[in-house]
Ligand binder design. Structure first.
Ligand SMILES: [Zn+2]
Length: 415
C-alpha cells in the first residue's frame, strides 16, 4: 500500500464532515493536483469525544462512496503507541507510531555500540546533494543521536511489527512520529534517525520530526520563518539521500504535523517541495470542527445559541480543557471576551472573531484556540449539537470544504 506524493490529514472530531472534506480534494483534483485524503484521529481525541477507531473507517468509506472517489484514501491511527495499538489495527490502514516519549531514554549498551559501529563510515564530512555545506559528523555526533533516538526507533519497530503481524507486510502505511517533544531535531539527527529506521526494518513512508518554532493548534506558525525554511529544505535533502543510502521506501516523505493553519510557512514549503520534487503529508488538526462552529454562528438563531453556549462553557472550564494541550496552545486569558460580551454578539461577529483571517480586525487567536480545545463541550451537548449540525448542514459543509481547499491545499500545492 503506497501513499501518494501529496496527502493531507483531515481530522474530523465528530465524524460528520467526511463528504464536505472530500469535496475539497475533489476540487483540488479538478484544479490539477491529486491529494490523498487521510482521515486521522488520535487515541486522545477518541477518548475525549467518546468515539471508536471503527467510526472513522465508517465515515471515510461512506464519504468515498458518496463522491465515487476512485483514488487512494486512508484511515490513520494517529499518534498511537504499543499501549493502544490493538483497538486501531482492524479499521486503520495508516499508522502513526508515536515514540516521542522514548526520546532521550538511553539505549541498551550493546545496541548502542553496534549502531555506532555500523554508522562509523559517516564520520567526517558528508556531502548531501541539495545541502551547500557538507555535514560535519564526528563519532560523538553519532553517539549523541543514537543516545537520544535509538530507543525510540526500536520502540517504533515493536509497534510496527505488531501491526504487521496482524495485517501483513505491505498492507498499510507506516509513519514514524517524533514531533510531540520539546526539542527540534536537526537534519543531522534526521539522517541518523533514518539510519536507525532502516536498521529496524521499518518501511516508513512518512516521518514527522519536531521542527523549530511553535506549531500551536489552529493558529499560525510562531517562530523564525527563514530558519524553518532552511531546516525544512535540509530535511528534504537528507530524506532523498537517506532513501538511496539506506534503501528506505522511495516515496518516504516528511509529515508536517502542522496543528493546522501554518499559513506563513506554506509559501516557503511549496517552493522547497517544488525545488526538491518532493512530496509531503500535511497533517492538519481538528479545525474542521471550528468550521462547524463558524457555520452554526453564521446561521444565527439556534445555531448561534449553540456556538455561544459552547464558548461560555469552555471559558468557565479553561484550565481543565487546556491541560491535555498545554504544550501546543498559547491562550492569553486577558484576550478572552467575557460571557456577557459574547452573548451580545451577532452571528457574523462570532464567526469573524473565530475565523482564521489575520487581516480581519475581529479575529482573536485566543478565542480561536479556546474553542479549538473546547470540542469536549460540544461532545457533552450531544444531540443538541448534532441536531444543529444537521439543521445547518449546508452552510457548515460549505465552510468545511472552503477551509481545506482555499486555506490549505491551494496555498501549499497550487499557488
Ligand atoms: Zn503530531
Amino acid at each position: 500500500m503506497r501513499l501518494p506524493k501529496y496527502s493531507i490529514g483531515i481530522g474530523d472530531r465528530f465524524a460528520r464532515q467526511g463528504v464536505a472534506q472530500l469535496d475539497a480534494l475533489v476540487r483540488a483534483e479538478r484544479e490539477g493536483v491529486e491529494v490523498a485524503p487521510v482521515w486521522n484521529k488520535s487515541y486522545r481525541e477518541h477518548t475525549i469525544v467518546g468515539t471508536a477507531p471503527g467510526d472513522v473507517r465508517v465515515e471515510a468509506d461512506a464519504a468515498v462512496k458518496a463522491r465515487d472517489w476512485k483514488s487512494p484514501y486512508f484511515v490513520d491511527a494517529d499518534h498511537i503507541s504499543l499501549a493502544n495499538v490493538e483497538e486501531f489495527i482492524e479499521s486503520s490502514d495508516f499508522f502513526t507510531l508515536d515514540v516521542a516519549d522514548s526520546i532521550g531514554s538511553p539505549p541498551e549498551a550493546d545496541d548502542l555500540a553496534a549502531f555506532i559501529g555500523k554508522c562509523g563510515k559517516y564520520v567526517g564530512r558528508l556531502e548531501v546533494p541539495g545541502i551547500e555545506e557538507p555535514l560535519e559528523i564526528s563519532r560523538q555526533t553519532i553517539e549523541d543521536c543514537a543516545g537520544k533516538f535509538l530507543r525510540a526507533v526500536r520502540e517504533a519497530g515493536r509497534i510496527y511489527r505488531r501491526v504487521e503481524q496482524v495485517k501483513g507486510a505491505g498492507a498499510f502505511v507506516t509513519e514514524v512520529s517524533m514531533d510531540e517533544t520539546a526539542e527540534p531535531q536537526t537534519p543531522v539527527a534526521m539522517f541518523f534517525i533514518l539510519a536507525a529506521v532502516a536498521d529496524e526494518r521499518i518501511p516508513a513512508q512518512t516521518i514527522a520530526p519536531r521542527f523549530t518554532g511553535r506549531f500551536n493548534k489552529g493558529v499560525d506558525y510562531v517562530g523564525d520563518v527563514a530558519q524553518f525554511t532552511r531546516e525544512f529544505e535540509e530535511d528534504l535533502a537528507v530524506i532523498a539521500f537517506a532513501v538511496r543510502e539506506f534503501g528506505l521506501p522511495a516515496n518516504l516523505k516528511l509529515s508536517v504535523h502542522s496543528g493546522s493553519d501554518k499559513f506563513s510557512i506554506y509559501g516557503p514549503m511549496r517552493e522547497a517541495l517544488l525545488r526538491f520534487d518532493a512530496g509531503v503529508h500535511l497533517k492538519t488538526a481538528g479545525t474542521t470542527w471550528l468550521e462547524e462552529l463558524i457555520g452554526l454562528a453564521a446561521a444565527g438563531g439556534d445555531g448561534l445559541r449553540v456556538a455561544k453556549d459552547v464558548y461560555k462553557t469552555a471559558l468557565s472550564r479553561l484550565d481543565e480543557l487546556a491541560a491535555p494541550y498545554a504544550s501546543v496552545i498559547d491562550i492569553d486569558p486577558v484576550a478572552l471576551p467575557s460571557a456577557e460580551v459574547v452573548d451580545s454578539w451577532s452571528g457574523d461577529r462570532f464567526a469573524s472573531t473565530l475565523r482564521h483571517d489575520q487581516s480581519c480586525p475581529a479575529y482573536n487567536s485566543s478565542f480561536r484556540q479556546l474553542l479549538h480545545i473546547g470540542y469536549k463541550v460540544a461532545a457533552e451537548l450531544g444531540d443538541r449539537y448534532f441536531d444543529a449540525l444537521e439543521k445547518h448542514a449546508d452552510i457548515v459543509a460549505a465552510n468545511v470544504t472552503e477551509n481545506i481547499y482555499s486555506r490549505h491545499i491551494r496555498p501549499l500545492l497550487l499557488r
